[in-house]
Design a protein around this ligand. Structure first.
Ligand code: 5GP
Length: 254
């Protein structure tokens, strides 16, 4: 059997060449990093949980006509995705003040925002993913004006869909990050949602208690990350409460 060709290895995922041209296999690792990889841990079962949660969200988006790179899940840790040209932006949508917005503007975490706010960050680990404006995006040709319009429209549709999905299971969608890519279809380019949408890239708070069910549990040392993600997966009906764990239980390795 031939060894698969590794295309790219990131902090939490690996991309392998797919079985057909124009496809990749996205592998979810158990690694967790925060503060631009200053903090690193390995959390048993995280990759399995994120693979399932991202599948659930992306296939829901595909079903309502929001195009994503997700094609199908292959196994516990891998999914088949459509190859696309990644636009080097992290697109953040915020409904409630938290994280870097609270820090930057001095707005208390938990304060509802008057409307969803979209921000762009330039994807560059060396620079720590700095926030940029549409002016930078246009001037440095990271995306065309049409791409930016499409990205904003996708981001708002993802926000509507995901807010509703989470609210239905008693979770408040505080904010999230998506990445987008371009695919070429004849004479046209289409912007699609890429990467993953999971508790690694969202802030999810229990609607009643405010309990954090996302990567802030790891970033801020608030407890067991796999427990929090398992809670999200089980509320969404995609995993039993002990799902994703190795038989020996959770293990945090620094
Ligand atoms: P903040 O800017 O407040 O740190 O993050 C806003 C939202 O985007 C949060 O839901 C956070 O999880 C997500 N986010 C921002 N940057 C990254 C990143 O580099 N990786 C991941 N996985 N999520 C990010």
């Amino acid at each position: 059997m031939a060894r698969r060709r590794l295309v790219y290895e990131g902090k939490a995922k690996i991309l392998y060449e797919g079985p057909e041209p124009g496809t990749y296999i996205q592998y979810f690792k158990d690694d967790a990093t925060a503060n631009n990889a200053e903090k690193h841990g390995v959390i048993d079962g995280k990759g399995v949980l994120n693979n399932r949660i991202s599948e659930h969200i992306m296939s829901g988006l595909n079903a309502i006509g929001v195009p994503t790179h997700f094609m199908r899940r292959l196994n516990m840790r891998e999914q088949l995705i459509r190859a696309c040209e990644i636009i080097p932006l992290e697109v953040v949508v915020r409904n409630v003040a938290a994280g870097s917005l609270s820090k930057r503007l001095g707005i208390e975490e938990g304060t509802p925002l008057p409307r969803p706010i979209i921000e762009f960050y330039y994807k560059d680990d060396k620079l720590g993913d700095p926030m940029v404006t549409e002016e930078h995006v246009a001037a440095f040709n990271w995306a065309s004006q049409q791409d930016v319009d499409d990205i904003i429209s996708l981001a708002l549709r993802v926000n509507d869909f995901l807010s509703g999905m989470m609210l239905g299971v008693g979770i408040k969608l505080v904010d999230f990050k998506i990445e987008c890519g371009r695919v070429y279809e004849g004479d046209f380019t289409r912007v699609i949602v890429a990467d993953e949408i999971s508790p690694d890239s969202c802030r999810l708070w229990d609607a009643k208690t405010g309990r954090k069910l996302d990567k802030d549990v790891f970033r801020r040392d608030l407890g067991d990350l796999a427990d929090a993600y398992t809670e999200v997966a089980s509320r969404l009906g995609i995993m039993p409460r002990n799902g994703g764990r190795a038989a020996a239980g959770p293990k945090l390795v620094h």
